[in-house]
Design a binder for this molecule. Structure first.
Ligand SMILES: *Cc1c(COP(=O)(O)O)cnc(C)c1O
Length: 466
């Protein structure tokens, strides 16, 4: 064994102790760590011939690289849809690294940690009140979950005319209908050989809505003259957290032949609350659903899962089967994740979620969802009182707003960049209904009313300066 590695091995406990202390110091101070900074490095360092050992590497990291770290898991990072990490999720995440399993199979040689993944998916179905007619698995993010789901949808589409796209390639245009897809779904159309421009836009409901108009959807379906199609629908659009009408879509599914996918990356968690579960009523009728865990479930990156109806398992295996692995035998009997999703080797990604669900239970997540939405409303009210206007009603946890008055449109970008530069809060720019706006997304378990108050004060100050 290399002598430095040997030294590290002898010193393992001390190394982990130091790392743990560094983690505690960061987390205990997270409220004071800026949400953005201007620190930069020249990302070129010489690879030394002799290793430094972990402790010295940690020192160098702390000196040169750690200043790049911002408090994105902190309470005032409201940009994109960014979750944090709860204590239990960190327990699971650390242990996933320590155990370092390659989570694949539930039965065979080489370990069966996939049973932990099965159990975690089962817990998630209970949390979301979805039936066990779905089979799920973990991937890195909602993008890959959309990719997995739409990959199987593509195979389904080919099969409607007796074609095997997975084997022979995409040999005909695939009909895709969608109203307000997330950009990652469009990326998936590109990756899947469908083409990022090859989808038909369904109108959204009149007024201040991003949800699809069911009447227009049915007209677009009729225009397809009985041809199959894939519907990409939304449970929570990023600008305004709007939801398509799933009960109406379920009714259409009785009449027409289509694959129904729901992107519920963050909005799927509406199901957890009595107050918001009406948004997802009927969603169990979907063929596939995408949900992120590194957003509202507050587990560390990277974590998301897909849910695909069990009845489609053959299509799923046709899409992802690792054909160079004859020792697997019948992929259905010897279930192995590498035959049903994009990756082969995978970490035990379920573990942070398992710990989170066990540690905080249904009530823990119900409270988290309802606290986030209450904070969004609270922030919205404070905005209206302070020279801002809402661009859309607050349906859930995202607040889409702008500076009051048309004449202030040119100031929006400047306002946001000065605000973000304070490091006290981070939000993202957007354009909504042709107006420049700002988005704040409430998902972090640490955020409180005091944070909202602090941010509003900061915003008033920035407003008086620009
Ligand atoms: C965040 C998000 C995605 C992409 O998720 P990643 O985890 O970043 O891959 C897809 N769809 C929706 C609705 C999202 O909010």
């Amino acid at each position: 064994m290399n002598s430095i590695l040997q030294h590290d091995l002898n010193n393992f406990e001390n190394i982990l102790e130091k790392t743990k202390q560094q983690g505690i110091d960061f987390l205990n101070n997270i409220e004071n760590i800026p949400t953005s900074n201007t620190y930069s490095i020249d990302p070129k360092t010489v690879l030394n011939e002799l290793g430094l050992g972990s402790i010295e590497a940690l020192k160098e990291f702390n000196e040169r690289l750690a200043p790049l770290i911002v408090s994105s898991p902190g309470p005032r990072y409201w940009g994109f849809v960014t979750g944090g990490s709860t204590p239990a999720s960190i327990v699971g995440d650390w242990l996933a690294s320590v155990y370092d399993q390659n989570t694949q199979s539930v039965t065979s040689q080489g370990g069966n940690s996939a049973l932990i993944e099965f159990e975690t998916i089962n817990l998630l179905l209970q949390l979301l009140e979805l039936p066990d007619s779905f089979l799920g698995g973990f991937v890195t993010g909602a993008t890959m979950s959309n990719f997995t789901s739409l990959g199987v949808a593509r195979q389904w589409f080919g099969k409607q005319s007796g074609k095997d796209f997975a084997k022979n390639g995409v040999s005909e245009p695939i009909n895709i209908l969608t109203a307000t897809p997330h950009s990652s779904s469009i990326k998936c159309l590109s990756l899947l050989g469908i083409g990022s421009q090859n989808y038909t836009v369904v109108k959204t409901i009149e007024g201040n809505r991003e949800a699809l108009d069911i009447v227009d959807l049915e007209e677009k379906i009729k225009a397809l003259n009985g041809k199959p199609f894939i519907l990409i629908s939304s449970a929570g659009t990023v600008n305004t957290a709007d939801f398509d009408d799933f009960e109406a879509i379920a009714t259409l599914k009785e009449k027409y032949n289509f694959w129904w996918h729901i992107d519920g990356a963050f909005g799927g968690f509406a199901a957890v609350s009595e107050k918001y579960k009406h948004y997802v009523k009927g969603w169990e009728g979907a063929d596939s659903i995408t949900i992120d865990c590194h957003k509202w479930l507050n587990v560390p990156y990277e974590s998301a899962f897909y849910l695909i109806k069990k009845e489609h398992i053959n299509l799923q295996i046709e899409t992802f089967q690792n054909s160079n692995a004859p020792y697997l035998g019948n992929a259905l009997e010897n279930f192995n994740y590498l035959n049903v999703l994009p990756e082969n080797s995978r970490r035990l990604r379920a573990l942070p979620v398992w710990f989170s669900l066990k540690a905080y239970g249904k009530e823990g997540f119900r409270n988290l969802i309802e606290d986030s939405t209450a904070l969004a409303l609270h922030f919205g009210n404070a905005l209206i009182e302070n020279d801002f206007e809402l661009l859309a009603p607050i349906r859930l946890n995202n607040v889409c707003f702008t500076l009051k008055g048309e004449h202030n449109q040119e100031k929006v970008s400047q306002f946001l960049s000065v605000l973000n530069d304070t490091g006290k809060v981070f939000m993202t720019p957007t354009v909504y209904q042709n107006r420049k706006g700002i988005r704040a997304s409430f998902v972090n378990w640490r955020t409180t009313e005091d944070d909202v108050k602090l941010v509003i004060e900061e915003m008033r100050e920035v407003l008086s300066k620009i």
